[in-house]
Design a protein around this ligand. Structure first.
Ligand code: ADP
Length: 478
């Protein structure tokens, strides 16, 4: 790809230095099929070198005064904001998301860095009153050590900063393996971290096609004390098994099957607006994307009509073009899954209210399917595409039971203007996050994470730094 974007760089980043090695792979723009740049395809020996450099950098980083660590993180944040246009362009060409969304992600991704720069000052310990006079009890919080992070392609920046920023703020060092589809954003921001004054070896980025081999090494290596992963539930389970061999601390942010309930007493216009926000960001490829719209029978027809109109307004295309709201899906496998879910729902009796077809290349028409039977795959599996799936229900109890009838428990949304119902339903939904009359819930200041098979641990917020700290109890005999 011809570009003047100086932040595009295909070298891995180990011990503060660029490293390409003998093998490379191409990162491809999903909107055009064009290769952007060749990226280092590292072998396990190179990954070990990165782990060693993170281990060597740890003693001095953990003892660097908080004021200094925090100042470096703030400078890193500022550099990301300064380079918003370049980072956003990289995100759009490697992930396909509309440029407007990429720019928002730069602000959102950088906000984890400024948030945790501040939270580093608040890693308080405790003093516990002793039951006896001959002891003093004190609790310290200390950094875990070398951390590994494995991130997905759908948020090439925010998934990185959500893990790396709290780890660095806590005093840990990091080896990051970004998704092979979108490593360029991670590499770009690692260079900005170095420019912000982060010492060599504190943050390493390793790239490679052998996700399984690299994942296994990171999850089993005894120098790594913690692994944080965002991606599919299947891979999360494998990593959890590997991590058991050294009893590593682990955080997992896995798949979802988010319900979006529209009750008869909802503000329908607000629900449609929230539905578009919660469904179409990144062409439906987010883990908090709505997978099932459960609509009460009294407002079903009205909601179906209004959401179909709204979906028909969405412009599809290359994310670099102005006004595009829906880009391509990430790859052929992703496209086939969307096609398969839509075909299966139609075969089982769903009606097509708009769209329903593959457009061209990796583009799928924004789609609304109505009256989907519960046996359809779309009711059970994460579709990860631009498809609105409508299901009809009669009572509140039925809606809650349907919403919870999944092994996942990441996000849930519902719309109602009845305050008592809002409290009842919010408490009954089995999800780590609930949007009540709101479709856009992600922010660095709130805890992001799931229950059931959607994950372990929380990212962002005052809780997010705990994932990178150990509690140490000191008992002083007097
Ligand atoms: P997605 O379906 O969103 O691509 P994955 O779980 O396959 O989700 O990918 C998320 C991240 O996990 C990516 O960085 C990918 O390279 C990595 N990954 C994929 N398979 C494995 C594996 N077996 N072990 C460790 N990491 C993996």
């Amino acid at each position: 790809m011809k570009t003047r974007n100086k932040l595009i760089n295909g070298a891995a980043f180990i011990n503060g230095e660029e490293f390409i090695g003998k093998k490379t792979f191409d990162v491809v723009n999903p909107a055009t099929g064009e290769a952007i740049v060749s990226v280092a395809d590292l072998g396990l020996k190179d990954i070990e070198r990165a782990i060693n450099s993170a281990e060597e950098a740890w003693p001095s980083w953990r003892t660097t005064p908080i004021a200094e660590r925090s100042a470096i993180l703030k400078r890193w944040h500022d550099l990301m904001i300064k380079h918003t246009d370049e980072i956003a362009e990289i995100m759009t060409v490697e992930s396909g998301k509309p440029l407007e969304e990429s720019k928002i992600e730069v602000t959102y991704g950088a906000s984890f860095v400024s948030w945790f720069a501040e939270e580093s000052y608040r890693t308080y310990g405790d003093q516990i009153p002793s039951p006896t006079a001959d002891k003093q009890i004190v609790v310290l919080r200390q950094p875990v050590g070398v951390c590994a992070a494995i991130t997905p392609w759908n948020f090439p920046l925010a998934m990185v900063t959500r893990k790396v920023a709290p780890a660095l703020a806590a005093g840990c060092t990091v080896v990051l393996k970004p998704a092979s589809q979108t490593p360029l954003t991670a590499i770009a921001v690692a260079h900005l971290a170095l420019a912000a004054g982060l010492p060599k070896g504190v943050f390493n980025v390793v790239t490679g096609k052998d996700a399984e081999g690299i994942g296994k090494l990171l999850a089993t290596n005894d120098k790594i004390r913690k692994i944080s992963f965002t991606g599919s539930t299947a891979v999360g389970k494998t990593l959890m098994q590997h991590a058991a061999s050294t009893v590593k601390k682990i955080s997992l942010e896995l798949g979802g099957n988010a319900p979006f309930i529209v009750f008869d007493d909802a503000d329908i216009e607000a629900a449609v607006k929230g539905a578009i926000a919660a469904k179409f960001r990144n062409a439906g490829q987010t883990c908090v994307a709505v997978n099932r719209f459960l609509v009460q029978e009294g407002v079903y027809d009205q909601f179906a009509e209004r959401i179909t109109e709204a979906v028909n307004q969405l412009k599809v295309g290359n994310g670099l073009e102005k006004g595009v709201k829906v880009g391509p899906v990430i790859n052929q496998k992703g496209l086939e899954k969307v096609e398969n879910h839509v075909k299966d729902a139609i075969e089982k009796g769903a009606s097509v209210l708009t769209g329903g077809k593959h457009k061209n290349a990796l583009f799928f028409e924004p789609t609304v399917l109505g009256d989907i039977p519960l046996e359809a795959k779309i009711a059970k599996e994460e579709t990860f595409g631009p498809v609105v799936s409508l299901f009809r229900f009669k009572t509140e109890d039925e809606a809650v039971a349907l919403a919870n009838s999944t092994e996942y428990g990441l996000a849930a949304y519902f719309y109602s203007d009845n305050v008592k119902r809002c409290w009842r339903v919010a408490q009954a939904l089995e999800a780590g996050m609930v949007g009540i009359n709101e479709g856009a819930i992600s922010t660095a200041v709130a805890p992001f994470g799931g229950i059931k098979e959607s994950g372990i641990g929380r990212e962002g917020s005052k809780y997010g730094i705990d994932e990178y700290m150990e509690i140490k109890y000191l008992c002083f005999g007097l």
